[in-house]
Design a protein around this ligand. Structure first.
Ligand code: UD1
Ligand code: UDP
Length: 371
């Protein structure tokens, strides 16, 4: 019997780890699997736990309003010690590139467990973008025993860093597992919120927006908000819906600049199933999110990414994702081009699946069973 501990803390990690939790928990003959949440996020994490019906075995409850990287990192490492000493896992799974991922991998390394990195090998090779995620992912990679790379490109990134080939498995991204497992539930029982939003949207042209990256805080967000205001004011039959991330550094500029614009709707972060519904209903998506860049191509939605660089080049190469950075004029011009020129829109709205086939978790479980 192999003992697994799955650690996550933020909304995207929870979405992308939920299908792995389910897949391991199906096999009680070979595995004892426990879940530890750091709760680096609180409300935004709980929304995901509720949707996927996951009850954590350990909840470190660490989120503090306006938290900083120093104390968050220290608290995660310290709080994981008793969990690791209590359960004594053989394998610990961390996901992606957050502070929970990096601190969780170091604590697991200290405990002597084998570290398994899900969504391994993504790189921009620019330590300041995304910040601090690029370094979080590289540091995690150094203490990882088994690297679950979502694509061939991410495997090649690891090989260039001399990671042994037999410790890497290309799996696809578990975000596609989550998406495919959720789509039916979304369509069969829309929430009351979605029914209300649907009435407000009517036949309007819908632009969906999300944003939260630390490197965009401050001036970047000021430019983003001014651009969104101009896009909204350009056509009153257009609607922008923006579920605003709970980070106070995001809330403040977004609410200050956009609250009074009549065709911009600012709402709280949405439950995953509601967000999928809105992605499906939207004409285009403007975001700086990592996960949304991966989901949108599977839904055939054009995405403008408000970042200078991306560790997810596959969808850019496939033509559904375009990097626009945080230049106000560029965001406005590219968005209006996409909304108004059929040819530009058609080119970017083709269905692509560069990130997986929905079987990533199956592959991970099989690998660990046989290792
Ligand atoms: C974090 C991750 C980022 C990831 C993002 C996903 C780090 C350093 N950053 O960024 O990689 O892309 O999550 O969304 O790991 N807050 C709440 N309730 C919540 C969540 C956040 O109030 O449920 C507020 C709190 O004031 C919190 C702040 O947002 O202190 C920032 O949260 P934090 O996790 O530090 O950073 P994010 O910007 O969310
Ligand atoms: N998401 C959600 N509700 C929202 C906005 C996004 O459930 O209101 C989901 C989205 O479908 C994706 C993930 O959250 O799976 C992305 O999270 P985020 O953008 O916060 O983090 P990142 O992917 O950039 O690390």
């Amino acid at each position: 019997m192999k003992k697994n501990l799955i650690i996550f803390g933020t909304r995207p990690e929870a979405i992308k780890m939920a299908p792995l939790v389910k897949e391991f928990q199906k096999d009680t003959k070979n595995f004892e699997t426990k879940v530890c949440v750091t709760a680096q996020h609180r409300e935004m994490l709980d929304q995901v736990l509720e949707f996927f019906e996951i009850q954590p075995d350990y909840d470190l409850d660490l989120m503090k309003p306006g938290q900083n990287l120093y104390s968050l990192t220290a608290n995660i490492i310290e709080s994981l010690q008793p969990v690791l000493e209590d359960f004594k896992p053989d394998y610990v799974y961390v996901h992606g590139d957050t502070t929970t991922t990096m601190a969780g991998s170091i604590a697991s390394f200290y405990s002597g467990a084998k570290v398994c990195h899900v969504e391994a090998g993504l790189r921009t090779h620019n330590k300041w973008a995304p910040f601090p995620e690029e370094m979080n992912r590289q540091i995690t990679g150094r203490v990882t025993d088994y690297h679950f790379a979502p694509t061939l490109t991410s495997k090649e990134n690891l090989q260039k860093e001399n990671v042994q080939e037999d410790s890497i498995l290309v799996t696809g991204n578990t975000v596609i597992d989550a998406l495919l497992q959720s789509v039916d539930k979304v369509n069969s029982s829309p929430s009351i919120l979605i029914e209300e939003l649907n009435k407000v949207i009517g036949d309007k042209e819908l632009v969906l927006v999300t944003g939260h990256r630390r490197e965009n805080h401050g001036e970047g967000f000021e430019r983003i908000c001014r651009a969104l205001k101009r896009i909204a004011e350009n056509d009153s039959n257009r609607l922008i819906i923006y579920p605003v991330h709970l980070n106070p550094k995001v809330q403040e500029p977004v609410r200050r600049v956009l609250s009074d614009v009549s065709n911009v709707i600012l709402i709280d972060p949405l439950a995953y199933q509601d967000f999928i519904w809105l992605m499906n209903r939207s004409k285009i998506i403007i975001t700086d999110s990592g996960g949304v860049q991966e989901e949108a191509p599977s839904l055939g939605k054009p995405v403008l990414v408000m970042r200078e660089t991306t560790e997810r080049p596959e969808a850019v190469e496939a033509g559904t994702v375009l990097l626009v950075g945080t230049d106000e004029d560029l965001i406005v011009n590219r968005t209006l081009e996409l909304l108004n020129k059929k040819e530009a829109f058609d080119q970017m709205s083709k269905l692509h699946n560069p990130y997986g086939d929905g079987k990533a978790c199956e592959r991970i479980v099989k690998f660990i069973k046989e290792v």
